[in-house]
Ligand binder design. Structure first.
Ligand SMILES: [Fe+2]
Ligand SMILES: [Fe+2]
Length: 291
């Protein structure tokens, strides 16, 4: 599997940033909370892999690393724009983004490089699980949600799937097999699980509370609980794959969902079509500069 960098510009109508999902504002803010992690998170992933680039002698894996970095850079660019729409709508996206940068800068300082890479493969497993669910079950994005937002998440999910094994293959290449490697990999999955979801929870609440047009703030969280644990059950369905990470011989492609990647070309055509229909004024000049 060779990841390819694609220069994609999904069109995100600013007016829909807080209610683009068909299930309403609470589910929208939950998914938007995930977007806040990407600029700092994906920079951390790229750096963790770059740290070991010189030790990779396999030319195919070296090419895959280049593709992985190229894809994450494009995702970062589009999520910076996405997050800026939240900030412009009066939501505290910039402050939350700074909190993620601070945490990851701290991890860079205090953790050895191998532990940084271990965090990356754990979080890449999370993005792969979320992406796999999104691609498998159309209810995650819905059918009546705003097109551009569905497209940015579907594009991101497809590329996360395409490169899901790259950081992991680097890990297996540079770390000596044995109990220590297994311990670091699984321990960081446990610690990441606690920290990541605690932060998502806090960010989600912060976005909902800051949204002046969001009525029924407390009862609305029920819709998110149904979305995550009931139907479609985004997190509930993730449990077997989360557990599979603890198998000593785990590999991301054990779950072979590469057939989904056939959707990339038609999706990109659709993204271009949506952007064209929206016209040249889809992006404010101030947003262009962020790219
Ligand atoms: Fe990404
Ligand atoms: Fe990724």
């Amino acid at each position: 599997m060779m990841p390819v960098r694609r220069d994609v510009h999904p069109h995100l109508p600013p007016a829909r940033i807080s209610d683009w999902h068909e299930r309403g504002r609470h589910v929208t803010h939950f998914i938007n909370a995930l977007s806040i992690f990407f600029p700092a998170g994906e920079r951390f992933f790229m750096d963790s892999v770059r740290n070991y680039r010189d030790q990779v002698k396999d030319p195919e894996l070296s090419r895959a690393i280049a593709g992985f970095i190229g894809q994450e850079a494009m995702h970062t660019r589009e999520h910076i724009l996405y997050n800026r729409l939240m900030e412009n709508a009066g939501l505290p996206a910039a402050a939350l983004d700074r909190a993620v940068w601070k945490l990851l800068d701290l991890l860079r300082k205090i953790l050895p490089r191998s532990w940084q890479l271990a965090h990356t493969i754990a979080l890449e497993h999370y993005t792969a699980m979320l992406a796999g669910g999104l691609l498998q079950d159309s209810r995650h994005m819905g059918s009546r949600s705003e097109a551009g937002y569905m497209q940015v998440w579907t594009w991101h999910a497809l590329e996360e799937t395409e490169h899901k094994a790259v950081a992991y293959d680097v890990w297996n290449t540079v770390m000596k097999p044995g109990p220590y490697r297994y311990f670091v990999r699984t321990f960081t999955m446990l610690s990441t699980t606690v920290t990541f979801w605690a932060m998502v929870f806090v960010f989600h609440i912060a976005l909902v509370m800051a949204d002046k047009d969001c009525r029924n703030k407390l009862p609305g969280f029920g819709s998110v609980m149904r979305f995550l644990w009931g139907s479609p059950g985004v997190l509930r369905k993730m449990i077997p794959e989360w557990l599979s990470y603890f198998r000593p011989g785990f590999h991301p492609w054990d779950d072979d969902n590469r057939a989904e990647l056939a959707r990339i070309a038609p999706l990109i055509a659709e993204i271009e079509d949506t952007a064209r229909r929206a016209g040249a004024s889809t992006r404010a000049p101030s947003l262009r500069s962020a790219a």
